[in-house]
Write a protein that binds this ligand. Structure first.
Ligand SMILES: *Cc1c(COP(=O)(O)O)cnc(C)c1O
Length: 379
């Protein structure tokens, strides 16, 4: 154990695909119906059973967010409150819908949106809040909903990290206004690329179904009965954002394994927590991994100036690490006078390191990673 010569590179993240997924894709290829049809419908039905309400699949998580915003009527002239510390997908989805992201601070404990800062940034133009479930945790989600209700805001949850997580004994996505998930290759479950929108709002569901198919009205029903629309009307801008049967076939098999996948990811995060919880020099997210299914495992260094060296040294001995994420208000496209002052986010960003988390990480890998992290910390 710990032998540099025999240890393989420990990747930060990776997909985990079994024969079930491979066989399912082969079946779709052999049927020679690759577009959106039976498998996509089956995947949507399975997701709807999982969440207890309807899910609509799209080509990726970013499209899920964009189409959800558009279906909610949010666009030009509207503002959306969102934390700056998120993948650029959240911000790009908002601008793609024509709206303006208002970059907010994060809570120090969970790195989810700081509701006080969001409240301070409320203007009459704000039409929605997009809580990002950073690392799988949802922060003060019920307080976010109270705030949204008081101010008549839509809530579009960026739940890309949180597939399988439980909040207040309910599945994330199973309650609330609109939740958007990603099934990209390294998310909690994958369909290769993919995403879905989950809501009870029939109006949103109907609109998203049209928007994903170039705005062709009711094309979804046609495709699910093996037909095409030859004569139709289009009344609005739509996008080419539907899911293919190949992707859905992978997603169906992944969803069948969700309990196993969740428990492995939770076990890894708990093991990291148990070793690193008492280590000085690092601070951990305050997530309860009996409920949160983590997409990433993040530590915050007390001494930000050590980050570069730590990451280099770990990389040298075959341990990949990451930084989730560069704050969006620092990016040229989103930087502006209103967005620029986010001291908490800037400070936390400088301390972040993500440690390897995927289904093939073994207990002794975690021990090795922690040992090495502690060693480099103390150098
Ligand atoms: C992955 C991710 C998305 C977008 O999902 P894609 O499927 O990659 O388009 C959105 N938000 C966050 C926070 C993500 O991590």
């Amino acid at each position: 154990m710990g032998n540099l010569m025999t240890r393989e590179l420990i990747r930060l993240s990776k997909s985990s695909i079994g024969n079930e997924e491979i066989n399912a894709v082969t079946r779709v290829l052999e049927k020679e119906y690759l577009g959106m049809g039976e498998e996509v419908q089956q995947f949507e039905n399975a997701l709807s059973r999982f969440f207890g309400r309807e899910a609509v699949c799209v080509v990726n998580g970013t499209a899920a967010l964009q189409l959800a915003l558009e279906a909610a009527g949010i666009g030009q002239g509207d503002e959306v409150l969102v934390q700056s510390l998120t993948y650029v997908a959240s911000f790009q989805a908002i601008t793609a819908a024509g709206a303006t992201p208002i970059a907010c601070e994060i809570s120090q404990q969970t790195l989810t949106i700081d509701l006080n800062d969001a409240k301070a940034k409320l203007t009459p133009k704000v039409k929605a809040i997009m809580p990002v479930h950073y690392g799988g945790g949802v922060g003060d989600l019920s307080e976010i909903y109270s705030f949204a209700k008081e101010n008549k805001l839509r809530v579009i949850e960026d739940a890309a990290h949180a597939f399988g997580s439980i909040y207040n004994l309910e599945k994330v996505g199973g309650i609330g206004d609109i939740a958007c998930f990603s099934f990209d290759g390294i998310k909690n479950i994958t369909s290769g690329e993919g995403g879905c929108i989950v809501t009870n709002d029939q109006n949103i569901l109907r609109k998203v179904k049209d928007l994903r198919l170039l705005g062709v009205e009711r094309d979804t029903e046609k495709r699910y009965s093996g037909l095409r629309s030859w004569e139709f009307d289009v009344k609005e801008q739509g996008w080419r954002c539907h899911m293919s049967n190949i992707m859905a076939a992978i997603g169906i098999e992944q969803l069948k394994k969700i309990e196993k996948i969740s428990s492995i990811r939770q076990k890894i995060a708990k093991k990291y927590d148990s070793i690193l919880g008492s280590v000085s020099g690092v601070r951990l997210l305050e997530n309860d991994y009996s409920y949160v299914v983590p997409h990433i495992y993040v530590v915050m260094l007390e001494d930000a100036s050590k980050r570069k060296k730590i990451r280099e040294k770990l990389e040298c001995i075959g341990i990949q690490t990451g930084i989730h994420y560069q704050p969006n208000h620092k990016l040229s496209y989103f930087y502006n006078e209103t967005n620029k002052h986010l001291p908490v986010t800037d400070d936390i960003y400088s301390r972040l390191i993500s440690l390897p988390l995927h289904l093939d990480i073994q207990e002794d890998d975690i021990e090795y990673i922690c040992e090495e992290l502690i060693r480099v910390l103390n150098e």
